[in-house]
Design a protein around this ligand. Sequence first.
Ligand SMILES: NC(=O)c1ccc[n+]([C@@H]2O[C@H](COP(=O)([O-])OP(=O)(O)OC[C@H]3O[C@@H](n4cnc5c(N)ncnc54)[C@H](O)[C@@H]3O)[C@@H](O)[C@H]2O)c1
Length: 274
Amino acid sequence: MSAGVLSGKTAIVTGSSSGIGKAIAERFGREGATVYVTADKNVDGGEATAAGIRDEGGEATFVQCDVSDPAAFKALIDRAAEETGRLDVLVNNAGIGDGRKVEETTVAAFNRVLGVNLAGPFYGAKFAIPHMRRQGGGAIINVASVYGIIGAPGVTAYAASKGGLIMLTKQMAVDYARENIRINAICPGFVDTDLGGRRAAMPPEQRAQAQALREQRAALQPIGRQAQTDEMAGLALYLASDEASFMHGAIIPIDGGATVLQNWGTLGEIGDRL
Ligand SMILES: NC(=O)c1ccc[n+]([C@@H]2O[C@H](COP(=O)([O-])OP(=O)(O)OC[C@H]3O[C@@H](n4cnc5c(N)ncnc54)[C@H](O)[C@@H]3O)[C@@H](O)[C@H]2O)c1
């Protein structure tokens, strides 16, 4: 095992077959954690993340797991704790999107998004906390979103799930503070991933348009660009490490300033005169 700030620790990163979760799992692996890489469907991506960590001298295992299935999530958590004798870090990163207004959001889609993005982290915490208590502490990091903090057009189910995840984080932080189980949430802005593989599934022209629109929107953030996934991994690593020993119940935007900007749009000139 390589030396690093997570040496000797066991970490589970859900949804680490791609995107933000993959970057977090890789960073944890480089910092000495034994990493459980998980995803529901993207088995090839998950196996590749784990193999990449091992190639760099780290320890990683891929386990297929749908976080919206409580029995499967419990089995994953118990397996990691049994195989390594501990569970130090759970990153509830797995998530799916849905870009529709409330009338257009189907009941099935709403329940699916809430099931993965909100119930999933609930199951994870519920089943991980007993292991963490047994060893005297641990860290849970929930990957929420700026859309859990501010409104945006047409993200009904997604925003509801992320807002719920933020409140779940605060609630659990109150309940477990005295047990040295630190629980925090990070709220990314635009990160350059393909959330759910939607763009990858589009014909090339439509994909280029979707990418361009995303970049236009990201350009409206004060920082003027999308983040790279590695820029999320550093914050997750800090929250997972002992350096963050007083970080608890924090809801941390990591968004290039998106949540501090009042965007006046075409009314900008009027706003300047107020
Ligand atoms: N990309 C962004 O701009 C952005 C912004 C804010 C928040 N987020 C959040 O970051 C997290 C990661 O998203 P990403 O952008 O890396 O997208 P992504 O699609 O690359 O990653 C999502 C991961 O979750 C996995 N997953 C999906 N459903 C699952 C399920 N039911 N069980 C287990 N795994 C499942 C996927 O296989 C994948 O590994 C999500 O929670 C997302 O909401 C992303």
